[in-house]
Design a protein around this ligand. Structure first.
Ligand code: DX5
Ligand code: ZN
Length: 221
């Protein structure tokens, strides 16, 4: 995994041609496939589940698949996504009755585990599980939909999470999700993020490579 990773959210892809869309965005230089799972319960929208993840693996996708669970409860789906070939599985701590157990389930299945924090949620849930976390995902919009505007207060939280990661001495990815584009990616990186989810900024553009190249150029500055 490169120091900076671009993770297109397939929520904004054309679902009728999902395999081709994933191929196209990986050929355009994406590092990770961000896979948004919504259950019309924890969030007010309904998307895709483990069968679609398994179908992408069967189709030939070998890139890391970063499964973002916006579901309640989480544990049953963790097992299904482990079988479906997920590389990372992240969940919202308030959606799990037993956060430590859910993290252990993910790790014992061989995937990397992470916690997701909504814009108004504090990072307190990390305190006793930093040793079990491989990724921290900070929402920079309220979860449920693509195409929303980046919430600037996230930048302070990125700095806070970066300090926690550095103090832990562990190899933990710091991912930010929501409203990221070529205009704001650099300041999010400067605050300490290393993994950038972008849905509409990439999939609503005619040329995926042009957007990803421009994001990388911003990150290189
Ligand atoms: C929101 C999802 C995001 C979203 C990002 O609940 O978790 O991954 O699709 O989309 P954009 O980049 O359009 O904000
Ligand atoms: Zn997401």
């Amino acid at each position: 995994m490169p120091d900076y990773a671009i993770a297109p959210s397939i929520l904004s892809a054309d679902f009728a041609r999902l395999g081709e869309e994933v191929d196209r965005v990986l050929e355009a230089g994406a590092d990770i496939v961000h896979f948004d799972v919504m259950d019309n319960h924890y969030v007010p929208n309904l998307t895709i589940g483990p069968m679609v993840c398994a179908a992408l693996r069967k189709y030939g996708v070998t890139a890391p698949i970063d499964v973002h669970l916006m579901v309640r409860p989480v544990d049953r789906l963790i097992g299904d996504f482990l079988e479906a070939g997920a590389s990372y599985i992240t969940f919202h701590p308030e959606a799990s009755d037993h956060v430590d157990r859910s993290l252990q389930l993910i790790k014992s299945g061989g995937a990397r585990a992470g916690l997701v924090f909504n814009p108004a949620s504090s990072l307190d849930a990390l305190k006793y599980v930093m040793d079990k976390v491989d990724m921290i995902l900070l929402m920079s919009v309220n979860p449920g939909f693509g195409g929303q505007k980046f919430i600037p207060a996230t930048l302070d939280k990125v700095r806070e999470a970066r300090a926690l990661i550095d103090a832990s001495g562990r190899d933990i990815r710091l991912e930010v999700d929501g409203g990221i584009n070529t205009q704001n990616i650099r300041e999010i990186a400067q605050a300490g993020a290393d993994t950038f989810v972008a849905g509409s900024a990439i999939f609503n553009a005619p040329d995926y490579r042009a957007v990803i190249d421009q994001m990388r150029a911003e990150l290189a500055q």
